[in-house]
Design a protein around this ligand. Structure first.
Ligand code: AMP
Length: 400
């Protein structure tokens, strides 16, 4: 089957065409600055490469551009639109309603719209992409793959806050966890790489990117996830603060005369390693370069990041009563060997020892713990698009 994977944001739309049998990426690209001036990037496995301004006044025009290019006789990888068997949409928040991937129907769209309040930046943008595809490809099966679905196996003891229960009943205030598509892909890939049955291993996935989360996966099911009601909880991130005492926020609001909106903006956009480094950078490469030049706060930002990751790993080893695999993934997890080494230096009590040479290897999947380590430590490149394509194909196959 040929699957078109769509990840729609408010002003951008990422896409890939994946052959589900071979899992080959036939084409991929990005529409950016939708509704502004429009920029289109496109590459195929046959060597076509484009980067050009293309006016796109809305998401429908962006999808039009994608479909026209994909079916272009010179640049394309398909003959006509109808060769796309399924469109797999990345959908951020499915609340408690969606525990797996679904065929997108009117009811699903309605149920998702009800979750808009839970993810106001993401869900409406996702839905705009869905609507654009439905309009232009009315006869093609659309499948929704949720970032929250994999985390829906968390038990109440993990997902409830210590707030009055009535607020969960009234407003569904609870921890949902995010990055589920990546955590699912990476935890399974780790087991496959190690020759293990995913249903018999305890894995901690450290998805360390600009947004970062840690997930405890026991016997294939999520036990806990460091992100909460929103993707703000948990680790210190690029610009997000992660865990913080709510009491400090009231104090800050009073001292700086800020309202709740301003406070939330600070927590999301001005905090994390950016804020700690006194606005030096949210980018780990830049922080590392600055560290070499003795930028004190850049060093501190990286230290705090690594320390918080190690604390979560320790707590998730406790939550699962043990751990077999610890996996690093996403931009920082895949590329920053120094951060990995620093995190692992806190984990010697788990019997973890790292092979320094392996830790510097670049591969799709590599085991960086040495032969004596009691826990496997791995680096695995995440592949959310492939996971979405697999889910979309599985849903489609279930229908035939
Ligand atoms: P992501 O959100 O997964 O794209 O990850 C973005 C983060 O990964 C940024 O903080 C980047 O600085 C970081 N990153 C990407 N490549 C490297 C690298 N080679 N070394 C260190 N950090 C990196």
């Amino acid at each position: 089957m040929k699957i078109l994977v769509i990840n729609s944001g408010s002003s951008s739309l990422k896409f890939q065409v994946i052959d589900s049998e071979t899992e080959r990426v036939l084409a991929k690209g990005l529409c950016e600055r939708i509704g502004i001036d429009g920029r289109f990037t496109y590459k195929t496995d046959t060597g076509v490469s484009l980067k050009e301004p293309v006016p796109m006044k809305d998401h429908k025009q962006a999808v039009h551009t994608i479909l026209d290019t994909l079916s272009d006789p010179d640049k394309g990888v398909i003959g006509e639109f109808s060769e796309i068997d399924v469109v797999g949409h990345r959908l951020v928040h499915g609340g408690e309603k969606f525990t797996g991937s679904v065929v997108i129907s009117e009811e699903v769209i309605h149920a998702m719209t009800e979750c808009n309040d839970l993810a106001p930046l993401h869900n409406p943008a996702n839905l705009v992409g869905v609507e654009a595809c439905r309009e232009l490809m009315p006869d093609t099966l659309m499948v929704g793959v949720f970032d929250t679905a994999f985390n829906q196996t968390m038990e109440p003891k993990a997902f409830l806050y210590g707030l009055p229960y009535k607020y969960y009943e009234r407003h569904k205030i609870r921890r949902y966890g995010f990055h589920g598509i990546s955590h699912k892909y990476v935890s399974r890939r780790a087991a496959q790489f190690m020759g293990q049955d995913p249903g018999r291993v305890k894995t901690i996935v450290c998805h360390l990117g600009n947004g970062a989360s840690i997930c405890a996966v026991k016997y294939g099911q999520v036990v806990d996830n460091s992100m909460g009601f929103t993707p703000l909880e948990g680790l210190v991130m690029g610009t997000r603060c992660g865990d913080v005492d709510a009491g400090a926020l009231e104090y800050l609001a009073k001292k700086e005369d800020l309202d709740i909106k301003q406070i939330v903006a600070i927590l999301n956009q001005e905090s994390g390693v950016l804020g700690i480094s006194k606005n030096f950078s949210s980018d780990f490469r830049e922080l590392k370069d600055a560290e070499i030049k003795y930028h004190e706060k850049a060093t501190l930002a990286r230290e705090i990041f690594a320390y918080r990751v190690a604390k979560y790993v320790g707590s998730y080893a406790a939550a699962m009563n043990g751990v077999d695999n610890i996996v690093f993934t996403a931009g920082i997890g895949e590329n920053d060997s120094d951060i990995r080494e620093e995190i692992c230096s806190y984990l010697e009590y788990l019997g973890i020892t790292i092979d320094e040479v392996k830790n510097r290897e670049q591969a799709e999947a590599v085991k960086i713990s040495d032969g004596t380590s009691r826990v496997n430590v791995l680096v695995i490149k995440t592949n959310e698009e492939l996971e979405i394509a697999r889910e979309a194909a599985a849903v489609a196959e279930g229908l035939v």
